[in-house]
Design a protein around this ligand. Sequence first.
Ligand SMILES: [Zn+2]
Length: 290
Amino acid sequence: MANVTREDFSVAAATNASAYRRVTIPVLRIEAGPGPAVALIAGVHGDEWEGQAAILDLCSRAPARPEKRDSGIAAALEARLLSRVQAMVDVHSGGASLRYLPSSVITRHGNDAYDDRLPALARAFGLPDCVFFRGGEAGSMPAAASRHSVLRLSAEIGGGRETSQSLVDRCRDGLLGCLAELGLLTPRARPHAAQDAEVRLYDLDAPAATLRARESGVFVPAVELGQSVAARQPIGRLIEPARPDAPPRPLLSPQAGTVVCLRPIARSDDGDCLLQVASALPLDSLASKY
Ligand SMILES: [Zn+2]
């Protein structure tokens, strides 16, 4: 019988609208026997729903308290959790401003050495796509996990200020698959067959993988998530309806590949990410990214 206790804590999260504000981070501790200690984390960025809903499915007694984005949450999780676990799965999504092809995520922070457990963990999450990022931000969860030598997998599931039961189910199955891979659950038959299919890896680290708006306008995409595009292929345009004299500005794919991330908000400003595209690689090529 698992021993379940609550270890909620609060963290400062002041905003211009609410000085001295604090948010409560719900933490459910489940002691269920031998095996590595694993942290399942979601909602570090509060407007990303699938992971939060999936973890609620798994721990139905944990109340949801999603909050606005706040880097203090990552720091608090590092201090409270990461020194106590050997592995973590940290689920994200595109949030309000992006929509992702549902993907597991492998992040290399700084000069992290390659960990040969990563491909199996990504396969265990069960999604057919996996994106790779490099990061150097000291305040991020990958950085915190790197400092504590915690094996980590992330995910980007959906986004666009919406979610669905289907995405939540895939996320929940992914978390269970990871727990099984880490030896905490008996592997079970999975409704999604992706774990046995080859997982496609997309390296989003190159600057050419990301197309940003260089001026304001209304983004009219002409491609969809998952679509293959050629380098310099038109992928949409920026228009300005308030200035009918201004010609539409064509947008070209920065490189060939698959569209793995797309901005769902039409009104855009200089610097906004509009699209990410990268070619599909075999997951076994991951080691070459280290
Ligand atoms: Zn996020």
